[in-house]
Design a protein. Sequence first.
Length: 167
Amino acid sequence: MKSWITSDLHFGHKEIISRCKRYYRDTCEMDEGIINNWNSLIGPNDLTYVLGDVSFGTLRETVSILKQLNGKKILIEGNNDRDLLVSSEFRDQFENIHTYLETDDLVLFHYPISDWNNRLKGTIHFHGHLHGKPSGIKGRIKDVSIDGNNMKPYNMVDLIREMRKDK
């Protein structure tokens, strides 16, 4: 089993294509491209942390897309997930849902935060919301948006190794 991390999928969001210079013609092509990229990397037994902003599509469209994505998913709520989160059908697509998640060496949140638990002891903070742009905050912090990784989720082990090597 491998672990993956991503954010800001924005399924069905027309404006995100031009705003983030995504290389798709329309939302259908974008959604299919993200699904294909996801499934080319992530296996049925893998786990993916999604740090918010899953979809701008309808509940039905969103659930259909989530069912096509390989592996198990844990959601860290984003600012654009609120309307979908009221539905148990949406919530059922995730193993767990958190607003913020902290482990021994990771802090996962949709937004970048300037100070996090054990930051000075090497804890890594992964976030979304900035669509691949750096936060300007010093330390082991990274935006894991799909926009910053050629429209693909990040391999968690590789990313943690890279973050530990950097500092």
